[in-house]
Structures are given as structure tokens and as C-alpha cells.
Design a protein around this ligand. Structure first.
Ligand SMILES: Nc1nc2c(ncn2[C@@H]2O[C@H](COP(=O)(O)OP(=O)(O)OP(=O)(O)O)[C@@H](O)[C@H]2O)c(=O)[nH]1
Ligand SMILES: [Zn+2]
Length: 189
């Protein structure tokens, strides 16, 4: 797998402009290939990151109840059409063994995992798995609500639909009452 190649994107975008019947040399489009390259380096910046690296900061604190960071805004790119899907992630875990992480690290985890060609299901389960790997918590629950531009502006043309995905691990996979408590917190407070 190679790294990020700005020059190659510029060539490709120029070719796409030609292929749709545009004139890539008209004034308004002259800088577009370079601009798109810079944009892709931003929106795909998570591609060569291991999301688990975001959870390096671990504190020793004996808290064995739910920690939930909700309404984490994210933008990702649908890997089928390379158009955005975006929405909110709610990330919860129940620590054990006095291992907690910084709250911002949960948002960084979402960010790193979202910034690559992605599927909503994989985004959800990758976040859950990273928490399990790094914190060995008693339980994890991740919920993602998103709108897919590929369903809104083309194809089936259904703007306003929301896709909701969840990933639960540990006690939050096995204990239905605990899971309901966490899902209620995600949605109702
Ligand atoms: N499961 C899943 N599907 C997705 C996601 N993002 C986009 N899709 C779907 O990927 C599918 C690709 O279907 P194809 O039939 O190969 O492509 P298409 O002809 O462009 O499909 P339409 O979108 O139905 O026009 C579509 O049903 C999209 O809605 C995602 O995150 N998860
Ligand atoms: Zn799509």
C-alpha cells in the first residue's frame, strides 16, 4: 500500500473533468485538481493510521460505571461512491481494572476511523474493537446515526433517511438491561 500521492490525484481529477466534458483549462477549474488533492489528504487522513493509537493515554482511576461521550460529529466517505456520509457517533464503555482513557480520545478514535473510504458498519465495529483491544473494558457500546449522500442526492434519491448501526461488546452484549440503560442514555438525555 502506498502513501498519499498529491500529483496522481491532480492528474486523475483533470482526467475526470475531461471525461465529463468539462474544460480543465478554463479559469474556474485551473486550481481544482490541486484543491481536490488537498481536500482528499484531509478527508482520507485516517487511512494509514491505526485507530487504536488514539487510545494511548490511559489513566488509573477506579470507575466501574458507564462512560459515554455522545453526539460526536463525524464526516466519512462512502467507499462505494466516494461521497460523504455523516452524522453522530455515541461511544460508551464500562471500565474495569481502573483503566480509563481521556474523553477527547474517544472523539479522536471516531475521527481517525472515519477519515478513510468507509462503510458505516465497519466504522462502528472498528471503534468498538479498538476500545476492547486497548482498555480491556467490561463492556463497550457504539451507536452511529448517519445520512448517506449516495442515498440522498443520487440513486434512490431519498434525502433525510438515517441509518443507525450499533456494536456492543462484553457485558453490554450479554446483559440486556445494561445495554438498554446505555442505549437510553445515548438517545434520551
Ligand atoms: N451496508 C452498507 N451499504 C452502503 C454503505 N454506504 C453505501 N452503501 C450501499 O452500497 C450499495 C452499493 O450498491 P450497488 O448496487 O453496487 O451500487 P449502485 O448501483 O450505485 O446502487 P444504488 O445506490 O442503489 O443506486 C448501495 O445500496 C448503497 O446504499 C454503508 O456504509 N453500508
Ligand atoms: Zn455510497
Amino acid at each position: 500500500m502506498s502513501g498519499f500521492d498529491q500529483k496522481k490525484i491532480e492528474i486523475a481529477v483533470r482526467m475526470i473533468l475531461e471525461a465529463i466534458g468539462e474544460d480543465p483549462d478554463r479559469e474556474g477549474l485551473l486550481d481544482t485538481p490541486a484543491r481536490v488533492g488537498r481536500m482528499y489528504s484531509e478527508v482520507f487522513s485516517g487511512l494509514h493510521q491505526d485507530p487504536r493509537e488514539q487510545l494511548k493515554t490511559i489513566f488509573n482511576e477506579d470507575h466501574n460505571e458507564v462512560v459515554l461521550v455522545k453526539d460526536i460529529t463525524f464526516y466519512s466517505m462512502c467507499e462505494h461512491h466516494l461521497v460523504p456520509f455523516y452524522g453522530h457517533a455515541h461511544v460508551a464503555y464500562i471500565p474495569q481494572g481502573a483503566r480509563i482513557t481521556g474523553l477527547s480520545k474517544l472523539a479522536r478514535l471516531v475521527e481517525s476511523t472515519a477519515r478513510r473510504p468507509q462503510l458505516q458498519e465497519r466504522l462502528t465495529s472498528t471503534i468498538a474493537n479498538a476500545l476492547v483491544d486497548r482498555l480491556d473494558p467490561a463492556g463497550v457500546a457504539v451507536m452511529i446515526e448517519a445520512e448517506h449522500m449516495c442515498m440522498a442526492m443520487r440513486g434512490v434519491n431519498k434525502p433525510g433517511t438515517k441509518t443507525l448501526t450499533t456494536a456492543v461488546r462484553g457485558i453490554l452484549a450479554t446483559d440486556t438491561n445494561k445495554r438498554k440503560e446505555v442505549f437510553d442514555l445515548m438517545h434520551n438525555s
